[in-house]
Design a binder for this molecule. Structure first.
Ligand SMILES: Cc1cc2nc3c(=O)[nH]c(=O)nc-3n(C[C@H](O)[C@H](O)[C@H](O)COP(=O)(O)OP(=O)(O)OC[C@H]3O[C@@H](n4cnc5c(N)ncnc54)[C@H](O)[C@@H]3O)c2cc1C
Ligand SMILES: NC(=O)C1=CN([C@@H]2O[C@H](COP(=O)(O)OP(=O)(O)OC[C@H]3O[C@@H](n4cnc5c(N)ncnc54)[C@H](O)[C@@H]3O)[C@@H](O)[C@H]2O)C=CC1
Length: 444
């Protein structure tokens, strides 16, 4: 039986801790987290900020007490500051300043990520906010109660930015959403889909400033204005959400890294250092759509990688099946889901990619209720015919459909095979010539 030290106890760490304690009794688990809470679902933050849920209580699914009752030793508000890989020892600092050190047999790094802060003048002004932690959301919610916060500028129209723009608009704030690219959600969808979301945001009064680079945040003490290379926007609050950077200060050059600094891991979540694993947002994932390691920061990947590392650390060898970066978003009534590569991304990687598009009602025309249009795109390799990606959009809840494509990419299914896949029909749900089959059949 071994001593396993886990650094970081949010989604990845919690999954690893629970997997060890539930499946491998006898191992000692010691946990360090610099924060004061465990398992906070950041995914619910925009709903909380936008007052679409009652409060943050339901956004936690574990706690220090729960993990202790399972047998873990938990050190909250204790930051690991150094690791000696030769001596297999970690060095931490508790909140009261006292030094802690502990030996390990296996070490699991689950240190997560932090929002990228652009190095521009004014970034430290009052009311320039990040939205990553439970504490951040609480701070934003307190501040926006003030009528003095009239104009909110969100920098970065990725997943966090788009969700927050809706949240601020729901409070009646004059909301501007800025992105360096010419659209929102450029990483996840092709223009045919992002244009639907752009229209949706505009229809709800959100001002879009796309294709603009923020060069300065101005104010005296408090923020007053955001200046881009093309204009200036009044701002009483600014939220910076231009992506995540992995928290990988620990380990220095001894641990092999990915190009953005993430710990490079194999399919067992092992780093280049013996007996040291890395999971969640601080580590790479194996991306089946490009057949290579990649950086995709998602809670879903964090949980799965935690499970895989836990079993391997306890001596049960298992490998990750890889990921496709499957994701979804719901803004007002518009739902969009995607997985794998967009056409734009596939072509930028030099793949001879094609897309097949289809648009139809969800159910037969004679079904009069809850029967809106659905738009689908499947991206595939024109040479091998293998499916590389898919995107879907509707006001109907089409979210479950994307899982089929996630598995198809993982298993390298061809577009022809998908066209003949058994997809059931019932008028309450779909059409006999449903849009998945029809998109696949119409592929060139
Ligand atoms: C607003 C928002 C919305 C999101 N929505 C979604 C969504 O809808 N779907 C989805 O899949 N993902 C979503 N994500 C992403 C998701 O939250 C992350 O992928 C996930 O939190 C990663 O989990 P993690 O445990 O790897 O890292 P983190 O959540 O970053 O946790 C890392 C933990 O490590 C601790 N730590 C770091 N360094 C040290 C140290 N040196 N010593 C001790 N402790 C340390 C930190 O205190 C923290 O508790 C969202 C993120 C945000 C911010
Ligand atoms: N629904 C979901 O699954 C959600 C997932 N997440 C995940 O959390 C992570 C972080 O989310 P985000 O911060 O939204 O990152 P993101 O990668 O989704 O979006 C970042 C956006 O910032 C833009 N950008 C980059 N540099 C910029 C600059 N200097 N000025 C202006 N714009 C700039 C990019 O073009 C991009 O549109 C992502 O991995 C995301 O997938 C977050 C929220 C919801």
């Amino acid at each position: 039986m071994s001593k396993i030290v886990v650094v970081g106890a949010n989604h990845a760490g919690t999954a690893a801790i629970k997997t060890i304690l539930s499946n491998h009794p006898g191992h000692q688990v010691s946990v360090y987290d610099s924060n004061s809470n465990i398992s906070f679902l950041g995914c619910g933050m925009a709903l909380w900020i936008g007052a679409q849920i009652d409060g943050p209580e339901g956004l936690f699914y574990s706690s220090k007490e729960q993990l202790e009752s399972m047998g873990a030793v938990i050190h909250m508000e204790s930051k690991v500051e150094d690791i000696n890989f030769e001596q297999k020892k970690i060095f931490a600092r508790a909140k009261d300043g006292s030094a802690l050190e502990e030996n390990y047999d296996k070490l699991i790094l689950a240190t997560g990520s932090w929002p990228i802060v652009p190095n521009i003048p004014g970034k430290d002004l009052e009311n320039v906010q990040l939205v990553k932690l439970y504490q951040h959301a609480g701070d934003v919610i307190e501040k926006i109660k003030s009528p003095d916060i009239k104009n909110v500028v969100v920098v970065g129209a990725g997943y966090i930015g788009v969700e927050l723009a809706e949240a601020f608009q729901r409070h009646g704030k004059n909301t501007t959403l800025i992105d360096i690219e010419k659209t929102c959600l450029p990483v996840y969808y092709d223009d045919e889909f992002t244009s639907l979301m752009n229209q949706n945001l505009q229809d709800h009064g959100i001002h879009l400033a796309f294709g603009e680079r923020v060069v300065e945040i101005r104010g005296s003490g408090k923020v007053e204005e955001v200046v881009t290379d093309k204009g200036a926007y009044p701002a009483d609050m600014v939220v910076l959400c231009i992506g995540f950077r992995p928290n990988t200060n620990l380990g220095g050059e001894k641990v092999e890294r990915f190009k953005n600094g993430a710990y490079l891991v194999n399919k067992k979540q092992e780093t280049s250092v013996k007996d040291v694993f890395a999971i969640g947002d601080c580590a790479t994932v194996y991306d089946n759509s490009v057949n290579a390691p990649n950086y995709i920061a998602l809670a879903t990947n964090a949980v799965r990688s935690g499970i895989v590392a836990a079993h391997n650390a306890c001596g049960t060898e298992i490998e990750s099946v890889g990921v496709q970066g499957s994701n979804g978003i719901n803004i007002y009534d518009l739902k969009m889901v995607s997985t794998g590569l967009t056409l734009k991304k596939a072509r930028s990687l030099g793949i001879n990619a094609l897309a097949t598009d289809f648009e139809d009602l969800q159910k037969p025309e004679f079904m009069k209720s809850e029967n809106p249009p659905v738009k689908i795109r499947i991206v595939y390799d024109a040479d091998s015919r293998v499916i590389l990606g898919a995107q879907m959009a509707s006001t109907y809840d089409i979210s479950m459909g994307i899982h089929l494509f996630s598995l198809a990419i993982q298993e390298k299914v061809t577009i022809e095979k998908l066209a003949l896949t058994d997809i059931f029909f019932l008028p309450h749900f779909n059409k006999p010539y449903n849009y998945i089959t029809m998109a696949a059949i119409s592929a060139k």
